[in-house]
Design a protein around this ligand. Sequence first.
Ligand code: ZN
Length: 120
Amino acid sequence: MKVHKGDLVQAVNGKHASAHKRGRVREVFLEKNRIIVEGMNLRTKHTRGQRGVRQAGIIEIEGTMDASNVMVVCPKCDKAVRVGHTFLPDGSKVRQCRNCQELLDDPDKRWPSQTAESRR
Ligand SMILES: [Zn+2]
């Protein structure tokens, strides 16, 4: 999958596509090829209050959506771009914007944050 957790993505298919809606990827489900993006695919959920825990009523939650319905937004081009792969001199594989060749993964920043997330 080309979309990673924490990426800024833009809707290119489905109900948010016409608005070019953008959001951060909150969760990735690799085996289903589905993702959860902040503010996208909201569903309303009716909840019954649990005393002291949550309010009764209707809340909005983000539903999963197909990963193919979004494209990664390149921070340099500031638009939804195709993502390719390239290799750094040290052999690590990184994603690259096919439009401006900007690297989308900084390995120095990526690895510590992924380790921190996997501990949760
Ligand atoms: Zn770019």
